[in-house]
Design a protein around this ligand. Structure first.
Ligand code: CP3
Length: 372
């Protein structure tokens, strides 16, 4: 167990009472906190202006640019959280894996990882220590951002081991992740080693963001929805838990006496997977403060399934962002009403902001949610 520095925003009080942090701790602040997955990105003209001169993965490791892009949606929309500008493949790339992000396609790996020998090579060559040594710019980007955010919390994030492994095994995007799921069943031991390695890289990435000042983290499992609950539980959940253990080990606050470290506060964690209505119990089961729900499962039903014990995040259907204002407002009211069943609610989308979204619509949602 490690203690965060006294200057961390959760330790010095800057963000500890922010609406997002209170909601993630199970409280209902005066106003419902709201942020949007993928709020930093393609929907903003000011983002596109920066990106005209910089490649995605270069921007991610440029502290000034990454910080500026992270702050853009906070300034524009007045959201209750910033989400760190990065991508799920950044830790892989910094550990040495040859990967590129191809616009309109997705992450493309030069060498797909398919055999026991491929996995052994990854584990030997692209180690967590190598990643740790390559994180200076990411830490600097987080520090700059947090210094500029004041009382608004920064959410750090990482890709979940299954999603990363699915890309690695396939070599790029795929519809059903068949090769990855076949490896899981045909060679469970190699699969476990692959997931543990991916889990450690994501864990190191999260840990660095929190140490540098992030006040919460979100684990994104874009493709876990393609798994049955049994497969998720047996072959994936242990690795996601392992990633989050890196954050669970970080505490803040100073226990009065030695041996009381377990009573110091932990950093809130959000777990989100797309198409995961059948996995809610499993997502909560890895030990998190909040579960992100996609737009397919109503929040009241999700809360009932979880015994009304976990903060829920979500779950506006991104399709409504392009609908007329009356329909959008009705949908927003419905989501807030259903969300009121959960112990606490963080308003968000049920997946990321679509690139063609009119940013004014996002600003309007924040205003409406805050005005209630
Ligand atoms: O809330 C967040 O910002 C979430 C963080 C996140 C990003 N990417 C940030 C990002 C997550 C979870 C991803 C996942 C991801 N990355 C996926 C999985 C699908 C999903 O939506 O969950 C995929 C396919 C990628 C790959 C990717 N990322 C591509 C192909 C590109 C475009 C490359 C380019 O040159 O623009 C990205 C860019 C990216 N990732 C941005 C952000 C904020 C910036 C541009 C954008 O909004 O897409």
């Amino acid at each position: 167990m490690n203690f965060l520095p006294a200057s961390h925003p959760l330790a010095d009080g800057r963000t500890s009472d922010a609406p997002l942090i209170r909601a993630l701790r199970g409280d209902r602040p005066e106003r419902v906190p709201v942020w949007f997955m993928r709020q930093a990105g393609r929907s903003l003209p000011e983002y596109r202006a920066i990106r005209a001169d910089h490649r995605m993965l270069d921007a991610c490791v440029n502290p000034e640019l990454a910080s500026e892009i992270t702050l853009q949606p906070v300034r524009r929309h007045g959201v209750d959280a910033a989400v760190f500008f990065s991508d799920i493949v950044v830790p892989m790339r910094l550990a040495g894996v040859e990967v590129d992000l191809v616009a309109g396609r997705g992450p493309v790996f030069a060498h797909p990882v398919r055999t026991a020998a491929d996995v052994a090579r990854c584990r030997a060559e692209f180690t967590a220590d190598r990643l740790r040594d390559a994180l200076d710019q990411v830490r600097e980007a987080v520090r700059l951002t947090v210094a500029r955010l004041g009382g608004t919390p920064l959410v750090g994030f990482a890709g979940a081991p299954f999603t990363l492994a699915a890309y690695l095994v396939e070599g790029g995007p795929s519809r059903d992740h068949l090769r990855a799921r076949t490896l899981m069943h045909s060679d469970p031991e190699t699969w476990r080693e692959l997931l543990e390695w991916a889990a450690d890289l994501s864990g190191v990435f999260l840990e660095a963001q929190v140490e540098a000042g992030a006040s919460a983290v979100q684990l994104f499992d874009s493709w876990a929805g393609s798994l049955s609950a049994t497969d998720y539980r047996e072959h994936v959940a242990p690795a996601s838990r392992r990633t989050l253990d890196a954050v669970r080990g970080l505490r803040f606050g100073h226990p009065l006496r030695e041996g009381y470290a377990a009573h110091a506060a932990t950093v809130p964690m959000i777990h989100f997977a797309v198409g995961s209505g059948h996995l809610l119990e499993e997502l909560a089961g890895v030990g998190v403060s909040a579960v992100g729900v996609d737009w397919r499962t109503p929040l009241d039903e999700a809360s009932r399934r979880l015994g009304d014990t976990v903060t829920l995040q979500g779950n506006l259907d991104p399709a409504y962002l392009g609908a007329p204002p009356e329909q959008l407002e009705e949908h927003l009211e419905d989501v807030l009403r259903r969300g009121s069943r959960a112990p606490a609610h963080v308003l968000n989308l049920g997946h990321g902001v679509p690139p063609e979204t009119d940013p004014a619509v996002l600003t309007r949602i924040v205003e409406l949610a805050h005005a209630r």
